[in-house]
Design a protein around this ligand. Sequence first.
Ligand SMILES: [Zn+2]
Length: 58
Amino acid sequence: MSKIYINTELGTEKRCTRCGDYYPLDTDFFYKNGVWRGKIQWTSHCKACFTETYRGDK
Ligand SMILES: [Zn+2]
């Protein structure tokens, strides 16, 4: 199993559970999904996949 989070020279990256690619964990690549115990929660899909699945099939 591959990790969801990896640490790179540029900081933490998170794997999108849909496309399987790693992206920097910030608002350029992921949507915030609220805050839990003072920590930001991120959606499990990257922005591109999130937008696709949210819109549904076309
Ligand atoms: Zn994705």
